[in-house]
Design a protein around this ligand. Sequence first.
Ligand code: NDP
Ligand code: 2IT
Length: 450
Amino acid sequence: MALKNAYLIDLMKTVEARNPNDKQFLITVRSVLESIEPVVEARPELIEKGVLDLFVEPERIVKFRVSWTDDAGKVHVNRGYRVQSNSAIGPYKGGLRLHPSVTEDTVKFLAFEQTLKNSLTTLPIGGGKGGSDFDPKGKSEREVLAFCQNFMRELYRHIGASTDIPAGDIGVGGREIGFLFGQYKKIVNSYDSVLTGKGVNWGGSLIRPEATGYGCVYFASEMLNTRGNELAGKRVLISGSGNVAQYAAEKATQLGAKVLSLSDSNGTIIDPDGISAEKLSFIKELKNVRRGRIREYAAAYPRAEYHEGKRPWQLAACDVALPCATQNELDLDDAKTLVANGCIAVCEGANMPTTLDATAYIQGHGLLFSPGKASNAGGVATSGLEMSQNAIRLNWNQSEVDKRLHDIMISIHAATRAAATEFGEPDNYVMGANIAGFRKVADTMIDLGI
Ligand code: NDP
Ligand code: 2IT
């Protein structure tokens, strides 16, 4: 699909000129503009009032130096980022990513996506994202603490409970949120709801660790239901073995599916018997406590095979694929194999894991396909529920939060399909999510005065 509207073509040229090095951001903006083109054509005031011009330019980009010392006393310098993309419907909200691949481009594209995602959650949260090129792999706990404390020493001045509320993402889990929160609290001397994904003893919400993975599977179930189908009995391939992958595997298994794979950046394990709840406990201990590699699974469960350097998609046939690791991890060749093997649904747990040509191929062959901004929104939605509980200084029980999460995923699915149906393509979840997410933000920007 190419842009046809002259105004949007011009706008895209401006975005390219302003962000010449930000490849992923440009791909993301173009793909969103293509989706919302029919809305722009139907509503000239969006152009007249400059809504689109504002929408594609982050409200604020913060970039800072982070220095820390390793266990040998050597000084290291990393770059830290926070991109505050859009605050029309609420304070900036979005995760922090710690991975050596993080650049300004990464954070900018994720913040842009987050604005649309957060709009879909039904909650009052704007879009932001942050992170650093710090690599937590192989670092001691003291080194991770040193990094987190020094990262927060700069970040604290840009965030706040009603300004910007970061959370976890790749490389940032409960441990890192604790280190960041401890430092924030010490600097500002105030117990603010300034981060989510906190531990339950210190303001966290039950179900927040599970929420992204569970939500993704709730969403996949809704998609399958539209074709009179269900998850029970389905073979599922999952990539990643971190937070999102673990809980997607847990919920899929609880709903009667057989999860055949998990992976990490080194390789993939395929277990023909399925990854049971007991085997998943092994994974959680391996990845979250020992911080080991997925290859160790095959040593513990000899019927499983480990494939070094491979992603799951071409290693076994599946009915449902849940990419839950990182961006651009499912390409056109993978999509062709999934289709040839009879896959019926691809539901993204990660942010933009499927390349655009792979997405087009999957949609073109009649599979159900959901973009992460819809199907992984359960994580940030439950972060929103954590903020609600902090605001009323009460904790809801597990079933209460899980029910709210489930209801939110059903409502995101319904809103996405309704928008796609309104524009004549009921199965186009990409178009539906972009339009439904964009309209609420755009209408609010107009209400608040440009
Ligand atoms: P984790 O750090 O917990 O896990 C990430 C997993 O993906 C690990 O198995 C990691 O392998 C693998 N991975 C990371 N980078 C790469 C890479 N470049 N190539 C191959 N594999 C890689 O992160 P999360 O589970 O939290 O996040 C996974 C995805 O879900 C991301 O796209 C994130 O943006 C998205 N997401 C996360 C949410 C959350 O609440 N946490 C909410 C919504 C979306 P290894 O161990 O080798 O690093
Ligand atoms: O990509 C995402 O939605 C997240 N990493 C979660 C953000 C959040 O604020 O919970």
